[in-house]
Design a protein around this ligand. Structure first.
Ligand code: HEM
Length: 386
């Protein structure tokens, strides 16, 4: 039986841990609004002791690295669960030893003040839909493979995975070093399946909501702290949807700016709704002007994905850009939500009624149940593997 080499006995050296210096969630934290003026505002969850992983409501760091692993195919049932438990135990120890207090990661102020660890590393772990069954564990209800969507051109080598890790930090050196530590500690039990690096393009505004490679602010209409409590968290857990979405950047750039804005449904320079106001204002997809025309085009992206068409249900988008060569660039779409069925509904509407789909194509895809955070005596995965 393959053994999780190093899992129990190979404590990482002080140096490797320092490199890894991670922000796994160990403490109570408020759900913060991403890149919005109210970031850091305590939500209802702040009152209860929470054990949530960092990297969900944490303000975005400059770089991301998504790692997908498969459990060794020879591992099944209780023996497989034991091996996974050993790996997650060693990962928890490695990542928590030099842990940044999570509160320091959750506010924009900490970053502005230079507070906290320089790299602001967070590691966010989840398990894929195939894993619980194989290990004889009860799968969380909403953990299912995503359906296929019209227009996808998925490469199986960039899809799925039994264990997904989102590493984010202000330097790619730090995410890379952490990835190396995690892979070494996984031994033979977890086999790397795919990985995807992401970055935030330089913003002409110097801060604020990051822009995507189409040049638009991406993340403006994210849920508030209160909305995160209702729509993103399920207790201390959540779900992560990853989509590697190729963008036809050149073709989009050839459109006149006003046409680009019609396709997206917000202003390119400011992120404001097309009928005025500021970036913080919601788009009313049904608003009409004096002539009775919709102010936000019916086939615009923000109209197709509007939460108003989902009884208000929200997802928290925390996307990065990727560039793997001149012809392969796009959005590393990362979104957290309490039920990935929301993603499927929104994506189907995009396929049916969103002019942005002419410029995008999903080439990789994965979904994961993001485990509750670790705590004293409770390594990551404790609930699932109990
Ligand atoms: C990959 C190409 C995509 C690009 C370039 C893109 C871009 C944008 C932009 C510029 C906005 C407006 C600003 C903002 O609120 O962030 C936006 C909003 C939004 N997008 Fe996307 N998006 C993409 C894919 C997706 C996908 C795959 C989904 C989910 C299925 C999605 C869901 C949303 C949602 C929920 C909003 C907020 C709408 C609102 O509350 O008003 N997007 N997107």
């Amino acid at each position: 039986m393959p053994k999780a080499k190093n899992a129990a006995d190979d404590t990482p050296t002080r140096r490797s841990v320092l490199i890894a210096g991670a922000g796994i969630g160990l403490t109570a934290t408020a759900c913060t609004r991403e890149a919005r003026p109210s970031a850091g505002a305590p939500g209802p969850g702040a009152r209860a002791a929470r054990r949530r992983q960092a990297g969900v409501t944490t303000p975005q760091q400059a770089t991301a690295l998504i790692l997908a692993y498969d459990l060794d195919p020879a591992l099944r049932g209780a023996a497989g669960a034991r091996e996974l438990k050993a790996v997650l135990g060693s990962w928890t120890r490695a990542l928590s030893e030099t842990q940044e207090p999570q509160e320091n990661l959750e506010t924009q102020d900490a970053r502005a003040a230079g507070g906290g660890r320089e790299s602001r590393l967070t590691a966010t772990l989840g398990v894929g839909p195939g894993l619980p069954d194989r290990l004889g564990l009860r799968a969380p209800d909403a953990l299912r493979d995503l359906p296929s969507f019209p227009g996808d051109r998925l490469d199986p080598a960039r899809c799925g995975g039994d264990v997904l890790v989102q590493l984010c930090a202000d330097s790619a050196d730090v995410t890379e070093a952490t990835a190396a530590t995690l892979t070494r500690l996984a031994g033979d039990a977890l086999v790397p399946r795919w990985r995807q690096a992401g970055f935030l393009p330089p913003s002409p505004d110097g801060g604020g909501t990051p822009r995507d490679l189409l040049g638009f602010k991406n993340g403006s209409a994210n849920p508030t702290a209160e909305e995160c409590e209702r729509w993103v968290w399920s207790g201390d857990a959540t779900y992560l949807v990853v989509r590697r979405v190729h963008l036809r950047v050149e073709d989009f750039a050839r459109l006149a700016v006003h046409r680009q804005e019609e396709v997206v449904g917000r202003r390119r320079a400011t992120g404001a709704p097309l009928d005025g106001g500021s970036e913080d204002d919601e788009v009313d997809p049904l608003a009409k002007d004096a002539q009775g025309r919709y102010t936000t085009p019916p086939r615009s992206h923000v109209r197709a994905v509007s939460p108003r068409l989902d009884d208000g249900a929200r997802m928290l988008r925390r996307s990065y850009s990727y560039a793997d060569g001149p012809t392969d660039q796009g959005l590393l779409f990362l979104a957290f939500m309490r039920d990935p069925a929301l993603f499927a509904r929104v994506q189907r509407r995009m396929a049916a009624q969103d002019d942005l789909t002419a410029f995008i194509q999903a080439r990789g895809s994965a979904v994961a149940y993001v485990l509750p955070g670790a705590g004293p005596g409770r390594p990551l995965g404790a609930e699932l593997l109990a």
